[in-house]
Design a protein around this ligand. Structure first.
Ligand code: MN9
Ligand code: PYR
Length: 290
């Protein structure tokens, strides 16, 4: 899940996108990206900015990355449809939608209406209950979902309810992706049957977490756990202070050397001394990750 590069003045900074893509591929072994999501501060961007970013990510990743998934969720259905339609025009590999969260839905009709604006694009439902407050079990959303949304191709599950996640895997069809999005417990998601991971921390621990997935596939639980515990240690340290997109983005700038800039209000930049201490913590845990 990519951060949105901003200039120090807070304008979107497309010049960083090319080097950012190269960094993810070369240093983190990350081959697919999820843009304009939570990590990308999409809710703080205008529609015009989201379009410009999506277009640049898609064009610059073409031929380099396997997939670019564009998040098109908005509070307003018309806006989401406009972004979905745009994603199809720019050659995105799929679209994902977080549920609207001010007025909370009780049916999947919003998803159906967004998907129908880009019927040829694979469609993913993005479950993020801690942020949206929409706690409808995803296993219930899946009932007859392909009749409602013919382009439905899976779920990005960023909740902690592993029973619900397990039921999603259990109900999934072979052509779906059921990917897990709580990085600090990815191993539990894999045990439940996740076939991929999308998350913010893979920006700077992607190469490590790829090793976790390989260890899991090889049945090496000790190795898989050792890697998972390192990420948990980093996040426990951060969460004791503050761990939001502002802090996360700063850490990625420090690790990668890319100038991702500040977050946009209402988020505020990470204080310098805190940025330093979290970067030190990262280095003590993941020395050989770059
Ligand atoms: C709320 C949020 O942003 N969740 C991300 C993905 O869904 C995760 O990647 C978290 O940032 C990560 O697991 C750290 O808590
Ligand atoms: C997956 C995630 O962290 C995002 O939506 O940005």
């Amino acid at each position: 899940a990519t951060f949105t590069p901003l200039t120090p003045e807070g304008e979107i900074n497309l010049s960083v996108i090319g080097p950012y893509i190269d960094y993810l591929i070369e240093k983190q072994n990350v081959k697919s990206i999820f843009v304009n999501g939570t990590t990308g501060e999409s809710v703080s961007l205008s529609l015009a900015e989201r379009k410009a970013l999506a277009e640049d990510w898609c064009h610059k990743a073409k031929g380099k990355m396997d997939q670019v998934i564009v998040h098109v969720g908005c509070m307003c259905l018309r806006d989401s449809q406009e972004l979905a339609c745009h994603a199809a025009q720019i050659g995105a590999d799929g679209i994902a939608v977080i549920s609207p969260s001010f007025f909370k839905p009780s049916t999947a009709a919003f998803l159906r209406e967004v998907a129908s604006a880009a019927p040829t694009l694979p469609f993913y439902y993005y479950h993020l209950p801690a942020m949206t407050g929409v706690n409808v079990p995803v296993r219930d959303v899946l009932n007859d979902i392909e009749e409602l949304v013919p382009s439905f191709r899976g779920i990005k599950f960023s909740g902690c309810d592993l029973m619900d996640f397990g039921q999603c895997v259990s109900k999934s069809r072979p052509h779906w992706a059921v990917v897990y999005g709580v990085d600090e417990q990815l191993l539990a998601g894999l045990a439940m049957g996740a076939n991929g991971a999308v998350g913010s921390t893979y920006n700077y621990v992607g190469s490590y977490m790829n090793k976790l997935m390989t260890a899991f596939e090889n049945g090496d639980q000790l190795q898989a756990r050792a890697i998972q515990f390192k990420l948990q240690e980093l996040l426990s340290f951060a969460m004791k202070n503050r761990f939001d997109v502002g802090v996360n983005k700063q850490l990625m700038s420090d690790v990668s050397g890319l100038s991702l800039g500040p977050p946009r209000l209402p988020l505020v930049q990470c204080p310098q001394d805190y940025a330093k201490s979290i970067f030190q913590k990262y280095n003590s845990l993941f020395q050989d990750s770059r």
